[in-house]
Design a protein around this ligand. Structure first.
Ligand SMILES: [Zn+2]
Length: 356
């Protein structure tokens, strides 16, 4: 099979994907102009129209709205994207275009992060439930080709009380394809112990729990997410590689790691000696999945991430990672079986074609 063929054709499972971070760049520009908000967010500074505040040009001489230099700038860009989304119609468009892009890449299942506490931080009047309804109505249009569930994010930066409030709001939205909670944001300044109550609450409500850890934070952050928050999956987790015991903990407990190669490269998650952490983690017996994180902001796609992984680790590893993702998903057993069958059929067809 030609390199890249599997990545292009294989059915895809997207477990670590922020819906807002999937907003197409031209749509971001259009919405920002419509609502007269800047394409850059610089808290503490006066907004100056919709002009870019920094002027370094792209190689083609055209500035790209999704350009940033480090993790902090990325977080501010994520905030800027959220400021451009003002009403349920904007979120419906975001979800509609997400579905178009996902189906074009043969995504068959996804568990998406949304950040309602970020939405209302910038737009306190927003009706969160109406917004969720608008999003879900669009996501459901993908059926039966694909199905998408939601994991609203508690967002570390708003602290423990807000996280518990968000968890309570989330528990009242299970009719809107909400299946659990996630935890993103500033992992270093807002560590896991702050969120034990919110995660305990979610667990008692029967919600699934995932957390970003081992991205900006080190191995202790990953251990805390596992042992204190009892998270079922780890977003990133790549910095677990700094401590053999943490890698062993993840492998022995079978806690999957959602690996996002381009995201890690662009946010500067430094891993000397581990240019491709998924290879090392897979080699240590960890359950690895491949994901796009904020694909539009990182100017990638789930398909491109699959292609990167196929080029580095090979088609056999990529196929294993996709199977891992099916197993690591929160889909029910019949849905998992159906995904396994679609994957097996696609791989069999590709093998026949590559022989003929
Ligand atoms: Zn993420």
């Amino acid at each position: 099979m030609a390199i890249g063929m599997l990545a292009e054709r294989i059915p895809k499972i997207h477990l670590h994907c922020h819906l807002e971070g999937s907003l197409r760049a031209p749509t971001f520009i259009e919405l920002a102009h419509k609502h007269n908000v800047p394409l850059r967010y610089r808290p503490g500074r006066t907004d100056v129209g919709t002009a870019f505040t920094d002027k370094a040009a792209e190689p083609d001489g055209v500035e790209h709205p999704y350009r940033f230099n480090d993790f902090e700038e990325f977080l501010l860009l994520f905030a800027a994207v959220n400021r451009s989304l003002k009403d349920p119609e904007d979120y419906a468009r975001l979800a509609r275009e997400f579905v178009e892009d996902a189906l074009a890449q043969n995504v068959i299942y996804g568990e998406l992060f949304v950040s309602p506490s970020v939405w209302t931080f910038f737009n306190p009047a927003l009706d969160v439930r109406a917004t969720m309804e608008a999003i879900v109505a669009e996501l459901r249009r993908a059926q039966p080709l694909a199905s998408f569930k939601l994991l609203p994010d508690l967002t570390r930066n708003f602290g423990s009380e807000s996280a518990l409030d968000t968890a309570k709001a989330v528990a009242a939205m299970t009719d809107l394809d909400v299946i659990g909670i996630s935890l993103g944001g500033d992992e270093v300044r807002f560590p896991a112990p702050l969120f034990v109550d919110a995660f305990d609450y979610a667990r008692a409500q029967g919600l699934h729990r995932v957390a970003h850890a081992g991205e900006a934070g080190g191995p202790q952050s990953v251990r805390d997410a596992v042992e204190l928050l009892r998270t079922e999956r780890i977003g990133h987790g790549v910095r677990s590689l700094e401590d053999a015991a943490t890698v062993e903990l993840l492998a022995s407990r079978g806690i999957p790691l959602e690996i996002c190669p381009t995201s890690n490269r662009l946010t500067g998650v430094a891993l000397p000696g581990h240019p491709h952490p998924h290879v090392t983690l897979d080699g240590h017996g960890c359950i690895v999945t491949v994901d796009g994180d904020d694909p539009a902001i990182f100017r990638t796609s789930i398909q491109e991430e699959y292609a990167l992984v196929e080029a580095v680790a090979g088609a056999v590893a990529l196929e294993r990672y996709v199977r891992n993702a099916i197993g690591a998903s929160f889909a029910d057993p019949p849905a998992k079986q159906a995904m396994e069958a679609r994957l097996a059929a696609a791989v069999a067809e590709l093998e026949v074609r590559s022989r003929s």
